[in-house]
Design a protein around this ligand. Sequence first.
Ligand SMILES: Nc1nc2c(c(=O)[nH]1)N[C@H]1C(S)=C(S)[C@@H](COP(=O)(O)OP(=O)(O)OC[C@H]3O[C@@H](n4cnc5c(=O)[nH]c(N)nc54)[C@H](O)[C@@H]3O)O[C@H]1N2
Ligand SMILES: Nc1nc2c(c(=O)[nH]1)N[C@H]1C(S)=C(S)[C@@H](COP(=O)(O)OP(=O)(O)OC[C@H]3O[C@@H](n4cnc5c(=O)[nH]c(N)nc54)[C@H](O)[C@@H]3O)O[C@H]1N2
Ligand SMILES: [Mo]
Length: 793
Amino acid sequence: MTSDQREDAAPAAQVPSGNVGEDTAPGLLPVKPRQGGFGPLTTKKWSQMDYHHPAAGWGASMSVMNVLTREREMIRGTRAIFRMNQEEVGYDCPGCAWPDDQHGLKLDVCENGIKHTTWEMTPKRVDASFFARHTVSELATWTDFDLEDQGRLTEPMAYDAATDRYVPISWDDAFALIGEELRKLDSADQASFYTSGRLSNEATFLYQLFVRELGTNNLPDCSNMCHEASGRALTASIGTGKGTADLEDWEHADALFVLGVNVASNAPRMLTTLSEAFRRGAQIVHINPLHEVGATRTIVPHDFVDMAIFRTTETSTLNVQVRPGGDLALMRAVAKATFEAEAERGGVLDHAFLAQYTEGFAEYQALVEGTSWADLVMQSGLTEAQLREVAEIYIKADSSIISWCLGVTQHEHGVDTPREFVNLLALKGNLGRLGAGPSPVRGHSNVQGNRTCGIDHRPSDEFLDRLGEVCGFEPPRHHGLDTVATIEGMHDGSVKVFVGMGGNFVMAAPDTVYTAKGLAKTDLTVQVSTKLNRSHLVHGKKALILPCLGRTERDEQKAGLQSVSVEDAMSMVHLSKGSRKPASKHLLSEPAIIAGMAKATLVDSPSPWDEFVADYDRIRDVMAGIFPGFENFNQVVRQTNGFRIAQPARERTFLTPSGRMEFSHAPLPNVIPADSETLVLQTMRSHDQWNTTIYSSNDRYRGVKNLRELILMNAEDMKARGLEQGDLVDITSTSKDGSQRHLKSYRALEYNLPRGSAAGYMPEMNVLIGIADYSTQSDQPLMKNVQVTVTRA
Ligand SMILES: Nc1nc2c(c(=O)[nH]1)N[C@H]1C(S)=C(S)[C@@H](COP(=O)(O)OP(=O)(O)OC[C@H]3O[C@@H](n4cnc5c(=O)[nH]c(N)nc54)[C@H](O)[C@@H]3O)O[C@H]1N2
Ligand SMILES: Nc1nc2c(c(=O)[nH]1)N[C@H]1C(S)=C(S)[C@@H](COP(=O)(O)OP(=O)(O)OC[C@H]3O[C@@H](n4cnc5c(=O)[nH]c(N)nc54)[C@H](O)[C@@H]3O)O[C@H]1N2
Ligand SMILES: [Mo]
């Protein structure tokens, strides 16, 4: 079908579609037909066309203009953008974690970073009078877009059950309430403290210090849904839970393998790196069930000459459309071909590296050689010729990087798969040398720093020893709750207080209705936020909204203007300093809010909370004594471009039990759906959204307009179900525990993806992900592997 025919096939009269299922909970958007999902409601004709343009370029510029205009931020927004990601004066982009260009010559900004920043800088305000005008039950009927679109929160608010409204509360009273509720608990383990990945290193450190002084390791975070699996895989294989490659390596690799990431939308600055790699002749292999636009070509977003003359650069040399979850099989096939090449031609494996630095090589070789091509073909969903084509690129390249994101981690085998990547890299010594290594693409701008600085529900004894010694208390040793376990705890009554340090827990978590019912059972929910979101409306018996400064804003404390630090996906730590006037004079910084909670809660805390807040250098002084690589933190973080945290595996020091890189020996997983009726549904982001924040109901690079209640399906799968383009369908998911969940009246759209797979948007589709559907390897919800059936509505 051509694009034009597809446009025609869309019915002229809009039948509203999409609800959140039959079951619901207070605070959630009511179950009723609408168009636009949780984004702006629309009655405009929806459409889907093939996207024929390069990624970024002028389409991106237009999109930025729309946001700036909508936010009435044309001039101030533009000025702020020029300050973003600039060392010395700037603030770190609150968007993704892709590293900044270290050459300092380019204006390293992207469309989505700009949209994201402008979203924070909006002149609109949600003040006390707003809450006086609207009950919580009324606000619950607004879409998530409308909630966030009200602007920045301006003062602390407490829920008043008598009027069903949020009413103003002083900071002191808010902290006192938190202290009272926390001290009332039988055990500190009855509270759970969530973090979203934007929190600065300094705030992170204070947050976990407060929580551990209180006596629990209940520190769930967005990583539990994101890169938990990568951290566990890398720790097991190379001894540290981070990638080893940095931007310089990306600039020198002969081959780049990019798996399970929608580059153009979610890590747009990576387009520049890919296009530069293409120009210098590197091989770039994209592995994804979807042929994403970032895997084709781009107009380098900040290359003004390219922009002016519409010059595009390729961003890929090969695209392979793997079966969902088939990445391990694919990489094992590459390893098999590598062993075959070694046997035939020799000189392929790095024997010296394998002998000196690795453990378990012989067993791995036996495992791979014992796996048949037929099984690898079946499980990867690719032909043997395709598998060998990928392998030949790996075999020929002197240096290779393997990079991945959620398409790999949000699966059952989310740990085994990145471990297989490391196995493969080790065969040719692609670890700890220029142009080589594993390179996970992190999500939130400081999600990696959060983990470095102590947000971990399973902290190591080594870390707890140092923390206890330096801070003068005995940290709890038993492991805490992660995201899924926290939700379970709310239901069984063992979690009574929930604190959300940023983020939008109810929408980000799986099983929306179940999560909402869990939150409603708690005694107290506290949300530290910049903008109104659904997690404020789905609340405990008591509830607080605590508004904080955003990253672009001036953070004045007793010792003067403060800066905070963040760590990017390649372990570079640098300062971020806001320069804008705060959205309201009542806002506190995140460190100040954490200190306020700590002082009101902890009896006899040995920590100097007031001094920490007065001068963040004092926080960094303490951190310097605890975290390896942070020695002289205050000095090194002030260097141009900050500093790189030592990554021992980069120097071929493997902090594993054997002291070597450890090969994994996972059996080949079976990822084929049980029957032909079942589709493997992945829940992903549209181009115009930041996680639970939805900017519009369009998905430019996938050619979709004015529609989010959709399911992308293979043409043959549609035909087998008697479906035409745009037909309304009901989607039923079946959870591991046999329970079923539903979405009604979604539109089936034809898309180029493998048979047996389907795709749609988070967070609308989170209702389909049962609480029992998490990986046994990583405990991560299976957000890219929902087993569904689709029938005509
Ligand atoms: N603009 C914008 N940028 C963002 C975000 C945002 O929401 N908006 N979110 C940030 C965050 S927190 C994160 S974690 C990242 C997320 O970045 P991504 O991982 O790109 O996020 P998704 O949109 O979920 O897209 C998943 C990708 O994996 C592919 N995929 C699905 N299943 C498989 C599979 O089995 N194998 C392979 N090889 N591929 C598969 C999908 O087709 C899709 O391209 O982006 C960050 N950056
Ligand atoms: N089905 C499905 N679900 C998913 C995913 C998926 O792929 N599929 N992806 C998962 C992933 S990778 C992630 S990371 C999570 C994201 O989960 P979260 O991090 O919890 O969600 P966000 O949407 O990023 O949070 C947005 C909110 O953060 C607040 N905020 C913004 N800036 C600041 C700030 O500077 N300080 C504070 N305190 N608050 C701020 C605003 O109030 C805003 O409403 O979602 C997960 N959920
Ligand atoms: Mo993420």
